[in-house]
Design a protein around this ligand. Structure first.
Ligand SMILES: Cc1ncc(C[n+]2csc(CCOP(=O)(O)OP(=O)(O)O)c2C)c(N)n1
Ligand SMILES: CC(=O)[C@@H](O)[C@H](O)COP(=O)(O)O
Ligand SMILES: [Mg+2]
Length: 591
């Protein structure tokens, strides 16, 4: 029987007024609240459902916001948001102008650290703990809540290694549900499974070996037990780790049974838990599926082909290859740095390696790209999914920096396929052998071609394509965003349309200089268009080219201008940054 306890909570102070024996009722209400909103507004589901008891217990026991909670990734922090004053606006989660899907410092004083990318929480909380020590705030508690997949990442290990030699009020809560987005992998996962199976820590406890005070494993859904352990640990000095066993998706049958899908299920029926029916058969495929199916097709006839993903088999669709060729497809866990150098190592031994990483997560492995791949001209084939604006995940997840951060590195090729056929053909081309590493970037989107599985054709490296001739002005685009340019042109009067040309550069590197000479010899009005940051990307390259060759055409650069776009739909955000069809049309009317 529910008691509307949740409605009485505007801050954790209200929560602390509730008698402990009533908290399980609150847990049920909080779960229902999350389910009801995510069912219609979408977002991450399973992770937040799994930490409902932990979230209540943390805010019940600790004096938040004075005590500092740091959620790792933050996709599991919906309950935290709801209990910390955001219940009434939670329905705006991940929508334009609404609250962020992740903890964010300028959203609430309870959000102590901005997150989205994984495995940062222990470092951040340790930093806060050392700061408190230096400031003499000896009573202050610092708690990092980190998942089993995220703790296996290099950054988390680095932080554990440091934490173990400090004398700080640091508590690491390991929320172990044995899964990331996809099932967790690796030797640490096997170790944690052993600990769980035995029901007690092994004699060679890995955390104790790192000098952490280890407690667990305990049932993370036993609210009273979690509360009593947190109360006890509050009085234990030094760095400590509490190992909780939880179930991702807890409380919604389908989410418990199908944890991968219900990580972020889209819309579903809040009462039954069933996913809303989708008819995707008649739609062109997502770029990720073109990658996933094409790599299987290529690997079927070429046993040198290897596929790698750092923890995103489903999101990247490498799972198709993992099912078909398990010996040649690797999920290395949340380990982007390792994925890049591992790929390079394999490639030195004659393998043809596809390393698929979301554009935003490749930021983690920048040194590996420079030092382990490009400097040595190792021809790894990188597929950067989720390039450009990704939508509701927002600022932490947009893949808008890759063009700029790759453009300045020597010895690489950067290609943006305009459609599924080009993605397929560049993968085929890369398998034939390239002298340099290639970075193939594509968006979180569907293509536009239904019959995309055509006979493979080789793509000429560094060749741009004229999509439309004009007379006065030209839009120089990069890859899929050319769709917006062509659509914008088509909205103009027939006469105006004839004046505007459109070119898809396709390759940011090598830049098709022959094409650019033609452009600057023909047009006085040049517009560049990209779905990444202009600074350092296509816009910068075209401006530099013009300057180097003394061309005097007027150049305007459309793209993301020195801002972090927030969350919203892709269309809304493209409009805000000036690269939607409508905004391009408005710009063309001025040409
Ligand atoms: C650096 C980085 N790589 C990949 C991701 C994508 N990602 C988000 S959540 C997640 C799984 C996290 O698993 P875990 O830490 O066990 O938390 P759970 O979802 O099980 O609560 C992954 C791989 C990310 N956010 N950051
Ligand atoms: C929290 C996180 O980083 C992932 O869950 C991410 O939201 C996945 O993005 P896609 O939905 O684009 O696969
Ligand atoms: Mg997990």
């Amino acid at each position: 029987m529910l008691e509307n306890l949740l409605n009485t909570i505007r801050s954790p102070e209200d929560l602390r007024e509730i008698p402990e024996d009533k908290l399980p009722i609150l847990a049920q209400e909080l779960r229902e609240f999350i389910i009801n909103i995510v069912a219609t507004k979408e977002g991450h589901l399973g992770a937040s459902l799994g930490v409902v008891e932990l979230t209540i217990a943390l805010h019940y026991v600790f004096d938040t916001p004075k005590d500092l909670l740091v959620w790792d990734v933050g996709h599991q922090a919906y309950g935290h948001k709801i209990l910390t004053g955001r219940q009434e606006i939670f329905h705006t989660n991940r929508q334009l102008g609404g609250i962020s899907g992740f903890p964010k410092r300028d959203e609430s004083e309870f959000d102590t650290f901005g997150v989205g990318h994984s495995s940062t929480a222990i470092s951040a909380a340790l930093g806060m703990a050392i700061a408190s020590k230096l400031k003499g705030e000896t009573e202050k508690q610092h708690i990092a809540i980190v998942g089993d997949a995220s703790i296996a990442s290099g950054m988390a290990f680095e932080a554990l290694n440091h934490a173990g030699v400090t004398d700080t009020n640091l508590l690491i809560v390991l929320n172990d549900n044995a899964i990331g987005i996809d099932p967790s992998v690796g030797a640490l996962k096997n170790y944690l499974t052993k600990v769980k199976t035995n029901g007690e820590p092994t004699s060679d406890n890995i955390f104790e070996a790192l000098n952490l005070d280890y407690t667990g494993p305990i049932d993370g859904h036993d609210l009273n037990l979690v509360i009593s352990e947190l109360k006890r640990l509050k009085n234990v000095s030094g760095p400590k780790l509490l190992h909780l066993i939880t179930k991702k998706g807890k409380g919604l049958r389908q989410a418990e049974e199908n944890q991968v899908v219900y990580h972020a299920p889209g819309k579903f029926n809040a009462l039954t838990g069933d996913l809303n029916p989708k008819n995707e058969n008649a739609l062109p495929p997502k770029f990720q599926d073109v990658f996933g199916k094409t790599i299987v097709e290529l690997a079927t006839t070429n046993e040198k082909i290897i596929g790698i993903t750092p923890a995103m088999p489903t999101g990247s669709s490498l799972k198709f290859m993992m099912d078909e060729f398990p010996d040649r497809a690797f999920d290395v866990g949340i380990a982007e740095q390792h994925a890049v150098t591992f790929a390079a190592g394999l490639a030195t031994q004659g393998f043809t390696v596809f390393c698929n990483i979301y554009s935003t997560f490749l930021q983690r492995a920048y040194d590996q790209v420079i030092h382990d791949v490009c400097l040595q001209k190792i021809p790894v084939i990188f597929c950067l999914d989720r390039a450009g604006i990704v939508g509701e995940d927002g600022a932490t997840h947009h893949g808008i920096f890759d063009l700029a951060y790759l453009n300045c590195i020597p010895n690489l090729i950067i290609f943006a396929p305009r459609n599924a056929v080009e993605l397929r053909n560049i993968m085929y081309t890369a398998v034939q052998g390239l002298e340099l590493p290639i970075f193939i970037r594509y968006p979180r989107a569907r293509g536009s071609i239904l019959d995309w599985q055509r006979t493979f054709e080789k793509i000429e490296i560094g060749k741009a394509e004229i999509l439309k001739e004009g007379t006065e002005a030209v839009i120089i685009c990069l890859g899929p965003i050319s769709k917006n340019a062509l659509a914008a042109i088509s909205l103009l009067s027939t006469e105006k349309q004839q004046t505007i040309g459109c070119i898809d550069m396709r390759f940011l590197k090598p830049l098709d200089e022959t094409m650019l000479h033609k452009v600057f010899n023909k047009y006085n009005n040049v517009i560049t268009l990209e779905d990444g940051t202009v600074k350092g990307g296509l816009g910068t390259s075209v401006v530099s080219f013009a300057a180097a060759h003394n061309y005097t055409a007027k150049i305007e650069t459309l793209g993301i201008q020195d801002v972090f776009p927030e969350h919203g739909t892709v269309d809304e955000l493209m409009d805000m940054v000036g690269i939607s069809i409508e905004k391009i049309k408005q710009r063309l009317l001025k040409s």
